[in-house]
Design a binder for this molecule. Structure first.
Ligand code: S3P
Length: 173
């Protein structure tokens, strides 16, 4: 039987391509794909926006940390995390211990193009989207860098190209 591999976790700002790249990567590597936002939403029986509305950001973060703990039991998984996963130190410790953590980095302009008007993303629904992105990105950049084992730039590249680079790096190590 094939040796089970350490899981990969994709982190980064909203719109950095974690879910799209994660899906492609999992297929290429023959690993299971888990989208943490989807898990949280399915378990709650509500969309992420509804959870924020009813339980506030804190309620969402509780659910997110629980889903992370539950989904890091198995190896051979590509995990796409929500953009705020790095806000709780316990999430970061767990991710670094169990996974190779990959930060999908993108410039502000790239993110703005990808998130559009911020639909379905409650943290971008307050005030001007560009200002919110700017504020949250600068507040989080250091946390993404510190959490990551590996940083991959995504600007001007397709999700396939990004997945290919990650695959190449993973096969070398
Ligand atoms: C969040 C990012 C979202 C989702 C929630 C909060 C954040 O996930 O978890 O809206 O705090 O950055 P994506 O990064 O997949 O959009």
């Amino acid at each position: 039987m094939r040796k089970r591999r350490k899981s990969l976790a994709l982190i980064g700002f909203m719109g950095s391509g974690k879910s799209t790249v994660g899906n492609i990567l999992a297929r290429r590597l023959g690993m299971r794909f888990v989208d943490l936002d989807e898990v949280v939403s399915r378990k709650a029986g509500m969309s992420v926006s509804e959870i924020f509305q009813r339980e506030g950001e804190e309620g969402f973060r509780e659910r997110e940390s629980r889903a992370l703990r539950e989904n890091l039991q198995e190896r051979d998984t590509v995990l796409a995390c929500g953009g705020g996963i790095v806000l709780r130190p316990e999430n970061v410790s767990l991710l670094r211990e169990r996974c190779t953590v990959i930060y999908l980095q993108a410039r502000r302009e790239t993110i703005l193009r990808r998130v559009g008007g911020g639909e379905g993303r409650p943290l971008l629904g307050v005030g001007d989207v560009a200002e919110r992105v700017e504020e949250l990105m600068s507040r989080r950049e250091e946390a993404y860098q510190r959490a990551a084992h590996l940083v991959v730039a995504t600007d001007g590249r397709t999700p396939e190209e990004v997945a290919e680079e990650i695959e190449r790096i993973c096969l070398q190590s």
